[in-house]
Design a protein around this ligand. Sequence first.
Ligand code: CA
Ligand code: CA
Length: 291
Amino acid sequence: MLKIKSDQAQRTMAATHPPVATVQPGEIFKLAVQDCYSGRLQSPDDKFTREMWDSVNPATGPVYIADMAPGDVLRVEILAISVRDFAVMCLEPGSGALGRFIPEAETTILPIRDGRLILDHGLELPLNPMIGVIGTAPAGEPILNGTPGEHGGNMDCNLITAGAVVYLPVQAPGALLSMGDLHALMGDGEVCICGAEVAGEITLRAGPGDRHIPTPCVETADHFHFLASALTLDECEPLVLEKAHRFLTNGGITPNAAARRMSLLGQLGVCQVVDPLKTMRFSLPKLALGK
Ligand code: CA
Ligand code: CA
């Protein structure tokens, strides 16, 4: 099985990056990924510095998916995520949505043992390994991996776990897929600016998806989750609603019937509020697709 090393990483998503590998549609492969700090924080004495912003969120790739062309939808199936034996969290006064509650900067190393994350005060939590950054090359200018958008990127959706399927737009030949910013655990909002940041390995396969699915979209066992990013949550909300409504009407459901189903069954949620653009999701149970 092809395995791409974590040093094959970029700081942006761009159509101009030469692919680090080519895979066939449906071929299973592995991506090793660095943590969001590029592995530079390994002990409580290692502090996050402003100049490190330039190197946050290295994303392994890009990977050229054969036969994918602009206008297609890429279907990415996350088969497994494994993480190393410790995670890092880095707090800073003024950073994130909780910055006013942080009296001083602190780097915390959180051990991971037997599938559990060990926190302070003896609290142990089950892991939920997820992918913070996953995207394809945008059509226009390169986009920094700190930023989410219509190409995917730093969406920080904690539903992107093993078993999830992610649908992304194809805007460059081969789609040019890359990913990074693994979290061993992260709540909705990522309110202190980081999750349990961790390096690890992702096993996946990618290929053509249904072109009628508005992207970015995450499919889990019982739901489709439509994602959008904008400067404010107020601006995100109509974007995710439009995608979910379009998905239903594309499937032959009338506009009014689609609105009723969304109002009765949908769940409007927040992925993250701490990146340069915020990300929301509208989750639609597959039950809503019934005729
Ligand atoms: Ca992130
Ligand atoms: Ca992160």
